[in-house]
Structures are given as C-alpha cells and as structure tokens.
Write a protein that binds this ligand. Structure first.
Ligand code: SAM
Length: 213
C-alpha cells in the first residue's frame, strides 16, 4: 500500500523520524536551540515546540535554557517517543509532552513567551489559521522561531550526503520545501493572517518566521 503523508508520523514512521533525529539530524538541534535563544533573547518563561515529533528541539532548548517547554504534537505515536526521550534526558520537570493541533492550540490568548517549530509547517492543512493561532497565544513581548532548517550550510550538506543513502527521495522533497515558490506561499499566508510584526529570515540552511508581539 502507498504511504499516505500522515502515515509518516505514526507507527513505524514515528520510529523512523526518531532514528533520523538521533542519527544524521542530531547535530542540528543544539545549533538551532542556540539560534533561537540568540534571536529571541528569551531564556525563561513558557515555550511551546509545535510539531515536536520525537522532541529533540524541545530537549535541546530545555538543556540550553530555564524555559518550561510543552512538546506539542498531533501524533500520539510521536508523543510516546518524545515522552521516552524526555525521560532519558532527565528533563521531565521542564519538558512536557502535550497532544495538540496547531490549528486549535490548547492555550489561552497571550500565554506563551516563545513558540518554536521545526519542519512541521510543511504538513499543516491551513497555514493561515495556524499562523493566527500562534500569534493569538503569544504573550506581548513574545517571539516565534517557526520554519525549517538545518542550522548551518555545512550541517545541511553533511545531512544531505547521509540522507542520500537512507532515502533517495529525501533531497528532492527537502529542496521543494525550502524552494522560492514555497517560501513565497508562506509569506502570502502570513500576510493573509494579518501578522504585520513579522520577518522571514532566510539563509542557505533554511528559513525561520520571527513574529513579534
Ligand atoms: N520538529 C521535529 C523535528 O524537527 O525533529 C519533527 C518534525 S516532523 C518532520 C513534523 C511533525 O509535525 C510530526 O511529528 C507531525 O506529527 C507534526 N505535525 C504535523 N501536522 C501537525 C499539526 N497540525 N499540529 C501539530 N503537529 C503536527
């Protein structure tokens, strides 16, 4: 049977994502966590990692800050793996697995200091609604770091070489996700959501949406 887009985040798909995150992708999470902290200047308060998958960005951020972090994902199988990874990292006091959907976030208005998300927005059904939801829950003074990327161009090149052996289709899919046309569509969706205080930072390793409230 052909694998549906959602299947890649459940059952064996969740295990595969965890293996990739612990293997070729592993160096990117601490690098991105440092970029998040440097860019936002936020080291404490409430943070949500949306579409956390197996939880590696949430864990890297937890290790690098005093943030209280919700690792939120729509997939129960991903969250089960995230829970195990959080336990193994000894961060159960500050990193909490939370079931949830970006289109209907389980938070009050203005309650979250920092929203991060890596590699998840490519799978959201309605980005305009998702961006509005993220902006809604952001506290005045809050920031986002939402997008897709590999930390540095050197890390991206290393990962691309390794992924060629694991999944021959991966390189094409990654290029499409970070393509000019996809980025233009993301910018249009931000405009439709009416989020003015916002910039999209691009580099050779990916792009990040920085909203300010
Ligand atoms: N952020 C992790 C990382 O970088 O290792 C995982 C990225 S994985 C490619 C995308 C994740 O987004 C999956 O775990 C998937 O379940 C989650 N996701 C997709 N649509 C979602 C939605 N509507 N709400 C919350 N999570 C979602």
């Amino acid at each position: 049977m052909t694998e549906q887009p959602r299947d890649q985040f459940s059952g064996k798909g969740a295990g595969r994502m965890d293996a990739i995150a612990k293997g070729p992708f592993s160096p990117i999470y601490p690098v991105i966590a440092r970029q998040v902290i440097q860019t936002s200047g936020i080291r404490e308060g409430r943070c949500v990692d949306i579409g956390c998958g197996p939880g590696h960005l949430a864990l890297a951020l937890g290790a690098a800050s005093s943030l209280e972090i919700d690792a939120l994902d729509a997939s129960g199988d991903m969250l089960a793996i995230a829970e195990q990874n959080i336990r193994e990292a000894g961060l159960t006091d500050r990193v909490h697995p939370v079931p949830g959907d970006v289109h209907d976030l389980p938070y009050d208005d203005g309650s979250i200091d920092l929203v991060v998300s890596r590699g998840s927005l490519f799978f959201w059904d309605d980005r305009v609604r998702a961006f509005s939801e993220i902006y809604r829950v952001l506290r005045p003074g809050g920031r986002t770091f939402v997008g897709g990327g590999f930390g540095t161009s050197a890390l991206k090149a290393e990962i691309t070489a390794k992924m060629r052996e694991i999944d021959p289709e991966w390189e094409v899919k990654a290029a499409e996700r970070l393509s000019r046309s996809n980025l233009d569509a993301v910018r249009q969706d931000l405009e439709k959501a009416g989020i003015a205080a916002c910039e999209v930072r691009e580099d050779e390793a990916g792009f990040w949406i920085i909203m300010r409230k």
